[in-house]
Write a protein that binds this ligand. Structure first.
Ligand code: MG
Length: 385
């Protein structure tokens, strides 16, 4: 018998946290991780936690901290207040009058998943598995790898890979862009002939670069991620047949329908699923099922979540249909102190264990959420009206 929750109150905490290493993207350098932490309180006094992975700049996603605060506070939270919810799969319909804004929707849905799992004495991994065919139960751990940004030289990149391999990471992902691709792959492959190596282009190329990209076939890559347009599926379907390297789609996949279209058009052979990008775990479960039906390798990407979002993603990544190493690294790669305890630590075999507690399974330290909210207000006063 499933127990329902009734949503009594929803608090939103915009936060900033110092990164261990400054993050360099094509938009510049951000010294702080930003997010909106959602605390959903039930009438029985249970709190469910969610995390919105919005950034300052509308780069990876069109959503920003400003748009996500607006959409969460004006539309999504009011749509859930006072509602009795028996299954987190009900949430997408409750908020369907708001179009788009997947990062904001994911955050509020995640808080419902956490609260419902807690009142039903389940871990989040068990709650997810309950919505999948028999046999799709959690392994108890996620296979993970590490992502490395663009560095000044191939030698610098090799040095960082050596460090990460020594830490125990079993899969290396390198960001590429025109002028930083074939020679990088050649140099890294020479230094590490056997490592699981993949490249992520974040939409830096066009179909006119097909001949150039085909040179990457020489380096036994696990995959090439999102070479063409961020919203393209069709041109990827023209590129994939020309390459022996498997293409993985990330940015282009916003739904289970997109996944089916991409696989049936032959636009890719691997899916990177970021639950935040596809508006939550309900849609993520549908994408998971499409990948299982198509016998397609699947892995979980990351948006440098705090422990709150990371815990939920590790739980999803522990499901057996997630067949490739995920972009979820240990806490120490990102933060000196996280919002939750215990921190995620890399285990032998390049794994992260699923936390054992109910719901997201980690304990949210509320003083740290308040401190991170204070830092947000100090660092980004221009973001606030
Ligand atoms: Mg990517």
């Amino acid at each position: 018998m499933t127990r329902a929750i009734t949503v009594k109150d929803i608090q939103l905490f915009p936060i900033a946290m110092p990164f261990v290493e400054r993050l360099r993207t094509s938009f510049g350098e951000e010294p702080f991780k930003t997010a909106i932490i959602v605390a959903l309180h039930t009438d029985e006094g249970i709190t469910g936690w969610g995390e919105c992975a919005a950034e300052i700049h509308p780069g990876y996603s069109y959503e920003t901290m400003g748009t996500a605060m607006h959409v969460l506070s004006e539309f999504l939270a009011p749509a859930l207040l006072g509602k009795k919810i028996t299954d987190a799969l009900e949430v997408p319909a409750l908020i369907s009058s708001t179009r788009g804004h997947p990062l904001a929707k994911h955050a509020i849905e995640a808080a419902v998943w956490d609260a419902l799992a807690k009142v039903n004495d389940q871990t989040l991994a068990q709650a997810f598995a309950a919505h999948l065919p028999a046999g799709h139960t959690s392994r108890g751990y996620a296979n993970v790898g590490v992502s490395i940004g663009i560095k000044p030289t191939v030698e610098d990149t090799i040095a960082i890979i050596r460090q990460r391999v020594n830490e125990g990471y079993g899969r290396i992902k390198l960001k590429i862009q025109p002028g930083w691709d074939v020679e990088l792959a050649r140099g890294v492959r020479q230094a590490f002939p056997d490592i699981l190596l993949m490249l992520d282009a974040n939409s830096a190329y066009t179909l006119a670069d097909a001949e150039h990209l085909k040179q990457l076939d020489a380096f036994n890559l696990l995959m090439l991620e999102q070479p063409l347009g961020h919203d393209d599926i069709y041109e990827h379907s023209k590129l994939q047949p020309q390459m022996s390297t498997r293409i993985c789609l990330d940015e282009s996949i916003l739904s289970a329908d997109d996944t089916r279209m991409a696989l049936e058009l032959g636009a890719c052979k691997i899916i990177n699923l970021k639950p935040a990008r596809v508006s939550g775990y309900a849609e993520s479960l549908e994408i998971y099922k499409v990948c299982v039906e198509h016998d397609t390798p699947l892995w979980i990407g990351g948006l440098m979540e705090t422990g709150i979002g990371r815990a939920a993603n590790v739980a999803f990544a522990s499901l057996p249909g997630v067949t490739l190493p995920c972009d979820i690294s240990a806490t120490s790669r990102y933060f000196t102190q996280d919002l939750s305890e215990p921190p995620f630590e890399l285990q032998p075999g390049s794994r992260l264990n699923v936390p054992s507690g109910l719901g997201i399974g980690v304990e949210v330290i509320e003083e740290r959420v308040h401190a991170a909210a204070k830092l947000w207000h100090e660092q980004y006063p221009y973001q606030q009206s």
